[in-house]
Design a protein around this ligand. Structure first.
Ligand code: GDP
Length: 138
């Protein structure tokens, strides 16, 4: 089934000038890029995006990190896009990520882990809508 998912190149990776490298991997894996932009989230916007994690002990630190600098938000489309993008990213904790995954290669810690990906169709729809209007998805 053709799906869409939201990918984020997080502030750690943008700051380290990894945007082009990660976009090249996305295209090489066969995803279509349906929308893309650079954003600098406010703390409140980061808190809204990660609202499901608000009770977690790392919520304040995570939202401070995600609002610390520019990020790139991207809508990816392919067959099985949600699972496929999470496989390319690898495990949340780079120490547990498989060789060849983006997080194994580029993450600096469990928090500063280079990329984000939606985890299910309902969260993908919410997250895409958080950043893009319908007319921006082309
Ligand atoms: P994901 O779906 O793989 O991004 O993982 P989660 O939804 O569980 O967590 C969201 C984000 O919170 C992760 O990508 C990390 O940036 C951060 N995070 C997750 N677990 C931890 C943790 O134990 N400590 C810290 N500091 N950050 C975490």
């Amino acid at each position: 089934m053709i799906e869409r998912t939201l990918a984020i190149i997080k502030p750690d990776a943008v700051e380290r000038r990894l945007t082009g490298t990660i976009i090249a991997r996305i295209e090489a894996e066969g995803f279509q890029i349906r929308a893309m932009k650079r954003v600098h989230l406010s703390k409140a916007q980061a808190e809204g995006f990660y609202a499901v994690h608000r009770e977690r002990p790392f919520f304040a630190s995570l939202t401070a990190f995600m609002s610390s600098g520019p990020a790139i938000v991207v809508v990816l489309e392919s067959a099985d896009a949600i699972r496929k993008w999470r496989a390319l990213m690898g495990a949340t904790d780079p120490a547990k990520a498989d060789p060849g995954t983006l997080r194994k290669e580029f993450a600096q810690s469990i928090e500063r882990n280079a990329t984000h990906g939606s985890d299910a169709p309902d969260t993908a729809a919410y997250e895409i809508g958080y950043f893009f209007s319908g007319t921006e998805l082309i």
